[in-house]
Design a protein around this ligand. Structure first.
Ligand code: GLC
Length: 491
């Protein structure tokens, strides 16, 4: 099919079939378009936060700011005010007989709770304000109190000193048991992005209120304890706490998650059973946990952020979304980004193959699959989350690599261009043929996922985004640029 025809088809699927209305206005898109509106398939008729991330980014590029604002406001309305979960945003919501019903995990299969939705809301809110220029919205009490409740969830005392967010299994896009409990990469990278965004949004409010010139919380040492002063005092406090957290998180991630060939060789030779303040092997990792496939996977120049850091049990699997977002949010430095793209290029037969991109590599197999997934038939090796290929992920790779290229011309950019071009052609050919399936199975991603939904919204919109960045306006790849840590630390 010709690119232009396919773009028109994808656009009409989005605007005419996937987007749904609330209070008479478009509010977001269902996860998958069903043939039969009366017979809804599980919860794929709901509006998921994470599935709507590409949708909202696309709508921002199309200048449809009202829809994005309505989406953000609706999620804000649904932000939990229950004692135990106060401040979290719903994984998904749906209107049933005139009532807005939200799922925070209490209705989900296996009762998994999504942590990524809360982190994504703040990031999307920041991107919306930056792109639309709607600072007035950012400065409303509703938005700022929503951010305060969100930050209260994260910036509070805990039993651990590590700056990472400890979560149960299946707390993000991988929303089933897959041994991704603890400190999975995607959550930590989203946490980094969400804290940057929260600081950026608080800053907008401080500027709008004219506190900028006096510059610090000194203004608020004013003993007059009016509700406004208490509120703004909390904003200043949370902002500086968040910046301190961000710095700690970034250096922690670079120290504990980033690996390349040199680092692996160092960690293999570290002592174990150390105790005290300055030790080489803080998490008491035995060298046997380091898999042999890493040698070829990393090669001489490759590098990436590993999947999880836990006492004695690091997870060396490669997770695509966490790595791409780590580059997009500049959690990893420009030279590290170059090593990441180098690694992805050199492992393209595993990651891209016949459908970009594999969600994680390698899959859990045999006893690992049985024990760690609990015999999950949806997550058989090389299927679904367990090594399946998800076309919706391609646009995140496109954003990360184009953005990197805009900032740093590197020798590798030519090979990445070829890769991007080839993968785009593959999508063009295969997606309409396979009815915009949700995911693809097998070592090469040839087979349509055994239980994949067809006409999956983020597959459709992921293609529209890839088309936009690669064929219409590559400069728009800066849409996900977040505040720069160095700059906000100076303010
Ligand atoms: C599946 C995916 C999840 C997605 C949902 C709706 O549960 O694992 O990431 O949000 O479907 O598409």
């Amino acid at each position: 099919m010709k690119a232009e025809t396919l773009v028109q088809l994808a656009k009409s699927l989005l605007y005419e079939k996937a987007l749904v209305k609330l209070d008479g206005k478009f509010v977001g898109a269902v996860a998958a378009i069903s043939d039969d509106r009366d017979h809804q398939d599980l919860n794929y008729n709901e509006i998921f936060m994470r599935d709507n991330v590409p949708v909202m980014i696309y709508l921002l590029l199309e200048g449809k700011f009202e829809i994005v604002k309505h989406f953000l406001n609706t999620c804000l309305r649904l932000q939990s005010d229950q004692f135990q979960t106060k401040g979290i945003f719903p994984t998904s919501f749906v209107e049933i007989n005139g009532n807005l019903v939200a799922d925070y995990g209490q209705r989900a299969i296996g009762r998994v709770c999504s942590v990524d939705a809360s982190l994504w809301w703040v990031i999307l809110a920041y991107i919306y304000v930056k792109k639309s220029g709607d600072r007035t919205w950012a400065s409303t009490f509703e938005v700022q109190i929503g951010i305060q409740h969100f930050l209260n969830l994260i910036l509070h005392p805990t039993f651990r000193d590590a700056p990472t967010l400890f979560v149960p299994d299946g707390a993000f896009m991988i929303d089933r048991a897959l041994d991704v409990w603890g400190n999975p990469l995607e959550i930590q990278v989203l946490l980094y992005g969400a804290l940057l965004s929260a600081v950026g949004l608080i800053q907008v409010d401080i500027e709008e209120k004219g506190y900028l010139d006096s510059g610090s919380s000194d203004d608020l040492s004013n003993p007059e304890h009016t509700p406004e002063n208490i509120f703004t005092g909390k904003q200043f406090y949370q902002k500086s706490y968040a910046i301190a957290w961000l710095k700690k998180l970034r250096s922690y991630m670079l120290k504990n998650y980033w690996v390349n060939s040199r680092i692996v060789q160092t960690i293999r030779r570290r002592p174990t059973e150390e105790y005290g303040d300055s030790v080489a092997n803080e998490y008491n990792i035995q060298s046997e946990t380091i898999p042999h496939w890493l040698q070829e996977w990393l090669g001489e120049e490759g590098g990436y952020l590993i999947g999880n850091v836990r006492t004695g049990r690091p997870d060396f699997r490669f997770f695509t979304l966490g790595n791409c977002l780590g580059a997009t949010f500049d959690l990893i430095s420009p030279p590290q980004q170059r090593s990441l793209f180098h690694l992805m290029y050199q492992n393209q037969s595993a990651l891209f193959a016949q459908m970009p991109i594999r969600i994680c590599h390698p899959p859990l197999e045999s006893e690992d699959w049985r024990k760690k997934t609990g015999y999950d038939r949806k997550n058989l090796p090389w299927c679904y989350h367990n090594g399946g290929h998800w076309p919706c992920l391609f646009c995140f790779f496109v954003i990360a690599s184009l953005r990197h290229r805009q900032h740093q011309l590197s020798v590798d950019s030519v090979v990445i261009d070829i890769l991007l071009h080839d993968q785009y052609e593959l999508l063009l050919q295969r997606l309409p043929q396979q009815n915009w399936a949700e995911y693809f199975d097998g070592p090469k991603g040839v087979w349509v996922g055994q239980q994949a939904r067809l006409y999956q919204t983020w597959t459709i919109v992921g293609f529209l985004l890839a088309h936009h960045f690669l064929k219409v306006n590559p400069a728009d790849a800066n849409i996900m640029d977040l505040p720069n840590l160095k700059v906000i630390s100076r303010k």
